[in-house]
Design a protein around this ligand. Sequence first.
Ligand SMILES: [Zn+2]
Length: 146
Amino acid sequence: MLNVGRLNEGVVLDHIEAGKSMSIYKYLKLDKMDCCVAIIKNAHSNKMGKKDIIKVECPIDELDLDVLGFIDHHITVNIIRDGVIVDKKELTLPKKLVNIISCKNPRCITSIEQGLDQVFLLADEETETYRCKYCEEKYRSSRKKQ
Ligand SMILES: [Zn+2]
């Protein structure tokens, strides 16, 4: 059983925009991992009104936390070891996304060759624009509104 109040080793993701926790669960591939996860939806937040929180108990190295910067870099990442917060990770836009988003270009080699990794590279930090490594198809983060 996961002790929701206290983790031995893992991460607490705080200040998640309310309703986003399930997509983060998927992006972190927590459904495929054999670890304890607690999702708290619509928790009260002074700053945000409502927020989601995810607590994951697992070896920290097994988590690809960089992807969180792509989803929302306002999320607070608390690294827990031996029951205490030892670090807060700063989130930045990752330079490279592997198998996070898929190329929509039907002529792209990743659409033709099924086994190929979907690789996107950060093209413009300002507009949060990524481009497919193979065909340069653009991907704009949906939360950035023009
Ligand atoms: Zn492509």
